[in-house]
Design a protein. Structure first.
Length: 143
């Protein structure tokens, strides 16, 4: 039987910001708060696009090197992220990626994350590139 629930606020009983969700016919639960994206940034070569979530700005550090600056910080630097890029390589097959930069400890903070966009194809090694569309999603607890 389908039902509809309309509310403005959901609050957990034992922990205000944590609500367990169980799928029908399944005993496995998921924590609603932990499963929601806390930041979404879409940019075109460093220009933040509308629809982004929890972003104050994006800093263009160099070709294919960007820092996403969050409106609300994460509680620690162990938050997860996933990124993707759109690249038209013509007739050659390319692999492209948007990933966290493994550099200095300052590259990932609770308030920002530095990422690199690059591609490889059949004739080119890793090349940093300012893609037309880049997406970043971050998951974790906010401070």
């Amino acid at each position: 039987m389908a039902s509809e629930l309309k509310v403005n606020t959901l609050t957990g009983v034992s922990t205000a910001g944590s609500i367990a969700v169980t799928a029908e016919g399944n005993s496995t639960t998921t924590n609603l708060q932990g499963g929601l994206a806390k930041a979404r940034g879409q940019h075109a070569a460093g220009t933040l696009q509308s629809g982004s979530l929890n972003h104050t700005s994006i800093t263009d550090n160099a070709t294919g090197n960007f820092t996403h600056n969050f409106t609300n910080s994460f509680s620690n630097i162990l938050y997860s992220h996933v990124g993707s890029c759109t690249y038209n390589s013509g007739s050659s097959t390319a692999i492209w990626t948007y990933m966290r930069i493994d550099g200095a400890s300052s590259d990932t903070t609770t308030g920002s994350i530095k990422c690199a966009s690059s591609y490889v194809d059949a004739t080119t090694n890793r090349t940093d590139y300012d893609f037309q569309f880049v997406d970043l999603l971050c998951f974790g607890d906010l401070a």
